[in-house]
Design a protein around this ligand. Structure first.
Ligand code: FAD
Length: 581
C-alpha cells in the first residue's frame, strides 16, 4: 500500500527501488473534466484565433491593451483552478496544465499572464488559505476582477530567496510591510499580491512569512512596465511596499513558514509552466513541418533531407516526453501525492530545455525567414527563453534534484553506520554495512533480480526499454554511492558532480514517464497501432541510456579541474586572455 504522504518515485529510485505503482497506469484526466476542457479549448480558439496578428503587434508594443485583458476575464480564464462553488472552473492540475497548453499555442505572453495568476499568484490561497480568506477573495479572483501576482524576488535576492529584505513588523494586531520587489509578473495589472517578508527580525535569514496584500492598501504601488527580451506583452513591474498596514487576518499560513510556503507554491504550480511549454512545442512542430514541406531547395522539398528530418523527429520525441512528464506530475498532484517536489522540478527543467531546443531548431528549419520578425520563429525563441530562468533557475533546480537524492541516501547510510564519515571515506566499511540499502544496492549493481528493483507491470512490448531503465537505475545507484564516497560532506561544493547526478535523475524520470505513457497507449489499442509511440520510446530510451553512461563515466574521468581553473583565470583577468596579433 502506497503512503501518498511520503511516497516519491524518484526518492525511492535513488534508494534502488522502482515504485512502479506510483507511475502506472499513466494518469488520465477525468471524463467530467475532459468535457469542460473541450468547452474551454473551443472557446480559447474563438478568443485567440482572431488575435493572431494582434499578438505580433502587442509583442512589439510590449504590452497588452486593457481590452484584451478584459477579454481574458470575460472568457473566465482567471478562474481555471478556483473551486466551482466560488465561481471558478475547479480544474485539477492536469486539466489546468492542458488549458495552459492550449493558450500557449497562440501566445506565450497570454499564457504567462494567466499562468502567473493561477500557478503562483493565488496558489498560496488555494493551498494554505483559511476558509474565511478563500471566501473573501476567490469570487473576485475567479472573475479576474482581481488578478493575482507572486512577490518574492528583490534586487538583492533572486535564487537565494531566504535572503529577502522586505520586512513585516507587528503593530498591534496588524503587520507593517516595507520593501521592494522586482520583476513581478502581472505587477501592473494585479490587485492581489502574495507577498513574502521577513518576520524574524534582522538576522534571521530563513524566518519568512507570507501575506495577502491588495492594491487598495495604502502604500502599495507598482513601477513602470519592464522592456523585456520575450513575453513582452505580459506585465512585469516592480512592487513597492511602503508602510503597508496588513491586518492579521491576511497572514497566509503559519507565521515563520514563509519559505516553505513559497517553495510549495512553486512546486504545485509547475504544471502550468510545463503545460505552456508543451503548447509551444506543439505549435512549433506544426509550423516547422509546414515550413519545411513548402520550401524547395536543390529541386526538392527540404522536408526530404535527412538533416531536416532529424530535427523534426527529435522535436516529436522531445514533445512526447515533455507531455508525458508534465502529465505525470499533474497526475501525481491530482491523486493527492504530497511529496512530488523532485518530480515537479525535473518536469520544469526538462520542459523548459526541450522547448528551447525545439524553438531553436524550428527557427533553423525556416533558415533566413526564421530570423525575420515577419515570421513567428524569432518571437517564440525570445518568448521561450524565460522558462529556464523564472520559477527557480534550472541550475538551482538541478542542484535541488540531486541533493535531495544524496540527502536520502546519505541519511540512510548515516543511520546504518552511525558514522557518516566512516562510510563515505572508507569504501570497505561502506560496502560492509549490512543493511537494506547495501543489499539492495548490491542486488541492483549485480543485476540480480530482487523485488522492487525492476518494472513488472509494463506491457511485454516494452520489456527491452524497461530493461534499459533498470540498467540506468543501477548506474544511478552506483553514481550516488560513488559521488557520496568521493566527496562526503563536501558534496555541497561539488556542483559539477551534483549536476551529473541531476541529469541522470532527469533522464530516468522522463524515461519512466514515457514508458508509462506508451504502456497506456498499447493497452488501449495494440503494439501495432502504437508503432510510432514505440519508435519514440526506442529513441528516448537509447538517447537517455547513452547520456546516463556518459554522465557516470565523467564522475571519475573529467576535465572539471581544468574548467574551474580556466574560469578562475577569466574571473581574475575579467577578459579572454589570448589574441592572434
Ligand atoms: C520576466 C520575468 C518574470 C518574473 N516573474 C517573477 C514573479 O512573478 N515573481 C517573483 O517573485 N519573481 C519573478 N521573477 C524573478 C525570477 O524568479 C528570478 O529572476 C529567478 O529566481 C533568478 O533570480 P535572479 O534573476 O536574481 O538570478 P540569480 O539568483 O542572481 O542567478 C544568476 C545566475 O546564477 C545562478 N546561480 C545562482 N545561485 C547559484 C548557486 N548556488 N549555484 C549555482 N548557480 C547559481 C543562477 O542559476 C543564474 O544562472 C521574474 C523574472 C523575470 C525575468
Amino acid at each position: 500500500m502506497i503512503d501518498k504522504k511520503t511516497a516519491s518515485f524518484m526518492r525511492s529510485l535513488c534508494m534502488g527501488q522502482i515504485e512502479e505503482d506510483i507511475l502506472l497506469p499513466f494518469p488520465e484526466i477525468s471524463s467530467a473534466e475532459k468535457e469542460t476542457l473541450q468547452g474551454v479549448i473551443s472557446s480559447l480558439e474563438q478568443l485567440f484565433r482572431p488575435h493572431s496578428e494582434d499578438f505580433r503587434r502587442w509583442d512589439r508594443q510590449g504590452e497588452f491593451p486593457p481590452e484584451f485583458v478584459e477579454e481574458l476575464r470575460q472568457f473566465g480564464l482567471f478562474g481555471l483552478v478556483i473551486p466551482e462553488e466560488h465561481g471558478g472552473m475547479g480544474f485539477g492540475s492536469a486539466a489546468y496544465s492542458r488549458s495552459l497548453q492550449e493558450v500557449a499555442k497562440y501566445d506565450a505572453s497570454a499564457a504567462v499572464t494567466i499562468g502567473a495568476h493561477s500557478s503562483i499568484g493565488m496558489r498560496g490561497l488555494l493551498l494554505f488559505g483559511t476558509e474565511e480568506q478563500r471566501a473573501r477573495y476567490y469570487p473576485k479572483l475567479a472573475t479576474g476582477e482581481m488578478i493575482a501576482a507572486f512577490c518574492l524576488t528583490e534586487p538583492g535576492s533572486g535564487s537565494d530567496a531566504a535572503s529577502i529584505r522586505t520586512t513585516a513588523v507587528k503593530d498591534g494586531d496588524d503587520w507593517i510591510l516595507n520593501g521592494d520587489k522586482i520583476w513581478i509578473t502581472n505587477g501592473g495589472i494585479a490587485d492581489f499580491f502574495t507577498v513574502f517578508a521577513k518576520t524574524g527580525g534582522k538576522d534571521q535569514r530563513a524566518h519568512l512569512s507570507a501575506f495577502l496584500v491588495t492594491r487598495d492598501m495604502t502604500g502599495v504601488s507598482s513601477g513602470p512596465h519592464e522592456d523585456k527580451m520575450g513575453i513582452r506583452a505580459s506585465s512585469t513591474t516592480t512592487i513597492t511596499l511602503e508602510n503597508v498596514r496588513v491586518p492579521a487576518k491576511n497572514l497566509l499560513g503559519e507565521e515563520g513558514k514563509g519559505f516553505k510556503i513559497a517553495m510549495m507554491i512553486l512546486n504545485s504550480g509547475r504544471t502550468g509552466l510545463g503545460g505552456g511549454s508543451v503548447g509551444g512545442m506543439k505549435r512549433l512542430i506544426a509550423l516547422a513541418t509546414l515550413q519545411a514541406k513548402g520550401r524547395v531547395q536543390f529541386g526538392k522539398s527540404i522536408s526530404e533531407f535527412g538533416l531536416i528530418k532529424q530535427k523534426v523527429g527529435q522535436m516529436v520525441v522531445d514533445c512526447y516526453a515533455t507531455e508525458a512528464a508534465v502529465s505525470m506530475v499533474a497526475g501525481l498532484i491530482d491523486q493527492k501525492y504530497e511529496d512530488y517536489a523532485v518530480e515537479a522540478a525535473i518536469s520544469k527543467v526538462f520542459a523548459s530545455e526541450a522547448l528551447n531546443r525545439t524553438a531553436d531548431e524550428a527557427l533553423q528549419i525556416a533558415g533566413g525567414n526564421g530570423f525575420m520578425t515577419e515570421y513567428p520563429y524569432e518571437r517564440v525563441v525570445r518568448d521561450s527563453r524565460i522558462n529556464r530562468i523564472f520559477e527557480g533557475t534550472n541550475e538551482i533546480l538541478r542542484l535541488f534534484i540531486a541533493l535531495n537524492a544524496m540527502n536520502d541516501v546519505g541519511q540512510h547510510l548515516r543511520e546504518l553506520s552511525k558514522s557518516l564519515e566512516g562510510v563515505f571515506n572508507d569504501p570497505i566499511k561502506g560496502f560492509g554495512v549490512i543493511s537494506e540499502y547495501a543489499a539492495r544496492r548490491a542486488a541492483i549493481a549485480t543485476g540480480i533480480r530482487r523485488e522492487g528493483t525492476n518494472f513488472t507491470r509494463l506491457h511485454p512490448a516494452l520489456a527491452k526499454y524497461a530493461s534499459l531503465f533498470e540498467d540506468g537505475t543501477r548506474d544511478l545507484a552506483a553514481a550516488v554511492d560513488r559521488i557520496l564516497r568521493k566527496h562526503g560532506r563536501n558534496i555541497i561544493d561539488k556542483q559539477f558532480a551534483t549536476k551529473r547526478l541531476g541529469d541522470i535523475m532527469i533522464d530516468l524520470f522522463v524515461l519512466a514517464c514515457v514508458l508509462s505513457r506508451v504502456d497506456a497507449s498499447i493497452r488501449k489499442s495494440s503494439p501495432e497501432a502504437a508503432a510510432h509511440e514505440l519508435e519514440i520510446v526506442h529513441t528516448f530510451a537509447g538517447q537517455a541510456r547513452r547520456r546516463i553512461r556518459n554522465n557516470v563515466s565523467e564522475i571519475d574521468a573529467n576535465e572539471d579541474e581544468q574548467i574551474k581553473s580556466l574560469a578562475d583565470h577569466a574571473f581574475d583577468a575579467e577578459r579572454f586572455a589570448w589574441d592572434t596579433i
